[in-house]
Design a protein around this ligand. Sequence first.
Ligand SMILES: [Zn+2]
Length: 243
Amino acid sequence: MKSTKHDEATPEQQVELLLSGLAIGALWEPAGHGLTYMKTGDREVELMVQQDNAESAQSRVRLGILMAKTGWQVKEDNVQIAPSENLSPQQQYMKEQMKRQEIAQSTWKCTNPDCGCLLSAFPLEDATWLLVGQDKITDDEGNEHDAEIWAVNITCPVCSTLISMEPLEFAMLAGDDLMMSYRTPKVQLEALDRNTIVRMIDSNPGADNIIITGSFCPFSGALLPPHVRGAVVMWKGIGEEEE
Ligand SMILES: [Zn+2]
């Protein structure tokens, strides 16, 4: 969004801006370099993954020097070398998503420094989604849109610390399956894929446990987060028996 400002900045300034803007635990994957870094401290990053090819190895050296010059410590004690493959952009994307999820699930921890419980061990199905504000975003054509800002709260099962995450981070941690279901105060909504819809309607035409969602839960009136809107979902009253 602020690309003009970035273009004028020196590489050192760009790196500084980028890294200092990341939360600790966030990943940085500079496009096209085959490298995955994680910010692990105030002035520290750790290289997690390098692709097994010459370009990636060279980028690793160049970026390492650049970050060191900018005052960032780069840890490289535990770098996973990922085999290079000829993948389609779609496959490459899926693979990178899986890798990010793996890192998130195996390294993101409770923010209580005395605890250390992995976030993947939290009861993620009990997460609560909260609308925390409104923002204006400008799209590529320069049009302004309202954007809702949501946060996802999860609670540590060990020390009860409440952790507030960005939806994208939560999605990465929780995975697709958990993102397909959503709990409102009265019902559990389960997004259905096409095959399941066909199967359910064939066996029960006009099934009344299937609805199409808008912005609000028709049972409780609760505002639904964006990823739950405009979907074909099956609903089940909370506390009802499974059929
Ligand atoms: Zn904890």
